[in-house]
Design a protein around this ligand. Structure first.
Ligand code: SAH
Ligand code: SF4
Ligand code: F3S
Length: 440
């Protein structure tokens, strides 16, 4: 029987995509996927370190892996991703049972390790540009990621990512377009462009091959078979009019923008080193509303950044109220090792952070529920993903606005259907499939 691997992925889409590439690579080495961790010869983790909770969750899993290895000492334990990168060789001191550790996007080194005769523990932590051209095992046939850049050149004072993913490197547009064509030929109709700061794409490329982010979107839009384009995440400081216009002009580019706010207070934004003010952010939102009136807007917000006063927090509530996001990821500030903000004296007590988070969530949910009412009575194109999570007799899919839609109807995963929206909450829409069949 072939050797079996078990992989657990934590963190963002970047990690999910890296994991798909890791799985593709392992299967090309002859490994197959184990149904449970206890059955695996190779136990792998693709880790995240964005907040302390992420670390804690992973460490609990790692201890379980150690227990399995005690019973079966030949089991190989591998730890990849951002947590591994942030602790580097220390991983082997703290967790001596780990056999191999590697930073994000260094899966090819894992292959090297697995195919060599080396027996000692190995760590691979140097930064490289995108280690492309690994086979990918996609989670869904009809949805694909396209990683357009690696790393991040921003210096957001709370964020560990620049130290785990290195400097920003854009991938060659010709390679990306070829990859998009390959995805389309493979049956992918929805592609999500990935990067830490997607709209700074291309600035580091040499002139003859340089494309701006808006031009890249347009090039992907022209790929036959791609019906939906999404991207994450743009940075408000780099949100130019050409990108916003593209949402109105390119047929495949979805009516949804995830525009991370982080804080509604210019003073806090300054200490976060976000390099935009509340006014500049709201100005971007106004331009989006003007050029793409129906565009859904989502965001990320951090509460309890060091020194955040009640007045600062009030300003975040105001922006959330004023913008009326269709959804938001809200986080309690978590000090990260090696970051500038972790060194600031005025850390906010945990109870205050929790209380602010609750107040923020109330505003976000109320506004999201209000905004969602605009869809009721409309017919939306929905990409079917599978059965509804709450009621398997119904279907679940997503609208172009990235709203989850639960509906009655027939359809296979990957099909586009028209759904008449009959109800809306802050999180999901409900509806019924239109009886008139849609072509294509
Ligand atoms: N590059 C992306 C995503 C970064 S991580 C971007 O800039 O949008 C995703 C989100 O996690 C961030 O937007 C931020 O809201 C949150 N985050 C990052 N570091 C954090 C920390 N130390 N504590 C709490 N939330 C954090
Ligand atoms: Fe982190 Fe800021 Fe870069 Fe996003 S843009 S990854 S928040 S440093
Ligand atoms: Fe993503 Fe977590 Fe790394 S959010 S970039 S996997 S620290």
């Amino acid at each position: 029987m072939s050797r079996q691997y078990h992989l657990t992925t934590f963190g963002c889409q970047m990690n999910e995509h890296d994991s798909e590439r890791m799985q593709g690579m392992l299967e090309s080495l002859g490994y197959s996927q184990a149904t449970e961790r206890a059955a695996a010869d190779l136990i792998l983790f693709n880790t995240c370190s964005i907040r302390e909770k992420a670390d804690e969750r992973f460490i609990a899993h790692l201890h379980e892996a150690r227990a399995l290895k005690r019973r079966r000492p030949e089991t190989v334990i591998g730890v990849g991703g951002c947590w591994a990168q942030s602790v580097k060789e220390e991983v082997f001191r703290r967790f001596p049972f780990v056999d191999v550790a590697f930073g994000p996007g260094q899966m090819h080194k894992l292959a090297e390790f697995l195919t060599s005769d080396s027996i000692g523990a190995q760590g691979y932590f140097e930064f490289e540009s995108f280690t492309g051209d690994l086979p990918v095992k996609r989670a869904r046939e009809f949805q694909g990621w396209l990683q357009i850049s690696v790393g991040c050149n921003c210096v957001c004072s709370y964020c560990i990512v620049p130290s785990t993913r290195g400097r920003e490197v854009s991938r060659d547009p010709a390679v990306l377009i070829a990859e998009a064509q390959r995805l389309a030929a493979d049956g992918v109709t929805e592609v999500t462009l990935l990067g830490q700061n997607v709209n700074s794409y291309g600035r580091d490329l040499p002139h003859p091959q340089r494309l701006s982010f808006a031009q890249l979107l347009s090039a992907v839009d022209s790929v036959d078979g791609i019906r939906r384009i999404r991207y994450t995440s743009p940075h408000p400081k780099d949100m130019r009019e050409d990108v916003i216009r593209a949402h109105a002009e390119l047929p495949a580019l979805c009516e949804h923008i995830h525009l991370p706010l982080q804080s509604g207070s210019s003073a806090v934004l300054k200490r976060m080193r976000r390099t935009y003010t509340r006014e500049r952010y709201l100005d971007r939102v106004a331009l989006i509303r003007e050029l793409v009136p129906d565009c859904a807007l989502t965001t990320d917000i951090i509460v309890g950044f060091p020194g955040e006063t009640e007045e600062d927090f009030q300003q975040t509530l105001e922006v959330a109220e004023e913008v009326g996001y269709d959804g938001a990821f809200t986080f309690i500030y978590s000090p990260r090792r090696g970051t500038e903000a972790a060194e600031i004296d005025q850390q906010i007590p945990h109870e205050v952070k929790v209380e602010r988070l609750e107040r923020l969530v109330d505003v976000v949910q109320r506004r999201a529920a209000e905004q969602a009412q605009r869809f009721v009575g409309r017919t939306l194109e929905v990409l079917v993903e599978g059965p509804s999570r709450t009621d398997p007799s119904r279907l679940r899919g997503r609208s172009r606005h990235n709203k989850v839609v639960n509906f009655d109807g027939l359809g296979n995963p990957g099909e586009y259907v028209d759904v008449e929206i009959t109800g809306a909450t802050s999180q999901t829409l409900t509806g019924e499939m239109s009886l008139v069949a849609r072509a294509g």
